[in-house]
Design a protein around this ligand. Sequence first.
Ligand SMILES: [Zn+2]
Length: 124
Amino acid sequence: MTGQGHRGVVLGETLRFTVPFHIAEVRDRPVAWLVGEAKRAATILATHGDDMQFGGKHSGEAFNALARGLACAALVADGGVTYAGLHWCRDPLCRDPAADHPVDVDAVYSSRPVEDVAVGGGLP
Ligand SMILES: [Zn+2]
C-alpha cells in the first residue's frame, strides 16, 4: 500500500468514527448555526487543508474542521453528504447515499427553536 493510500484509509476510518460524534454534538442547533459552522469549517479547510494532506502544524485543526463541516452539512443538506465512500445524513442509521431521503420539513424545522439571526449589522 502506498503512503497516500494508507493515509486515505486512516482518514476514512477516522472520519467514520468522528463525524457521528460531531453530529450528536450539533444536531439540536438551529439551521442558521449549522450553516455558519459549516462555512467556518470550510474556511479552515481552505486555509490548512494542505497541512492535513501533506503534514503540518495545523493538521489536527484541519481534520476537525473536515469532520465538523461534514457533520453540519449532513444535517442541513437534503440527502446528506457522502465523502470518501462514507455517508452521513439526518438518519443516524442510514449508510446509503442512494437511499430514500424524504424532505421532512416538519422534522427539520419544527424541532428547532426559532432564532433571530442578525444580518449585516441589523437596522439602524
Ligand atoms: Zn442517508
